[in-house]
Design a protein around this ligand. Structure first.
Ligand code: PRP
Length: 175
């Protein structure tokens, strides 16, 4: 563990790995035989989760990335988000699974879902490792959920505090 802040581990490396593998099996079963899947990781935090999840998939998939300025969502009451890096893949008529590390207010996901729907994917679902329903501002569907979390500031496994702690193997509460 890094020094600097007091960290209390909420989810261990093993608990995370077990959950990622469980989600991977569930997704593989659900999409089996339904053609190519496009896994869309939302930069930057979900990269760690998306890569590990992709290793647990037993179906063909394309991994792609979308970058958004989430700062905008958190300061704009309408939740306007700007795309900073668009997908390289044309998702029209494809099965798309949006991969998020955390759904908090739901503003980012709400924007992304609306945006991606305009591209006419065959299906569009969401897989989030962490879900913080107590902080929700807009209702968003979470089709595959890892852990439901209390309203605390968590870091690790992709989640940062001022860009620190993303590389922690555990998920911890920052005190
Ligand atoms: C996090 C997370 C989601 C978003 C969720 O990203 O990865 O994209 O916040 O929050 P919301 O539900 O309140 O919209 P963050 O802003 O921390 O950017 P990062 O992934 O680059 O760290």
């Amino acid at each position: 563990m890094e020094q600097g802040h007091a960290l209390e581990v909420l989810l261990t490396e093993e608990e995370i790995a077990d959950k990622v593998s469980f989600l991977g099996e569930q997704i593989s079963r659900d999409y089996a035989g339904s053609g190519e899947l496009v896994l869309v990781a939302v930069l930057r935090g979900s990269v760690y989760f998306a890569v590990d999840l992709s290793r647990c998939l037993a179906i063909p998939f394309v991994l792609d990335f979308i970058g958004i300025s989430s700062y905008a969502a958190k300061t704009d009451p309408l939740g306007i988000v700007r795309i900073t890096k668009d997908l390289d893949t044309n998702i029209a008529s494809k099965n798309v699974l949006l991969v998020e590390d955390i759904v908090d207010t739901g503003l980012t996901l709400n924007y992304l879902l609306k945006n991606l729907r305009t591209r006419k994917p065959l299906s569009l679902r969401v897989c989030a490792l962490l879900d913080m329903p107590a902080r929700r501002i807009v209702n968003v569907p979470v089709d595959y959920r890892g852990f439901e979390m209390p309203d605390v500031y968590v870091v690790g496994y992709g989640l940062d505090y001022q860009e620190r702690y993303r590389n922690l193997k555990e998920i911890a509460v920052l005190k």
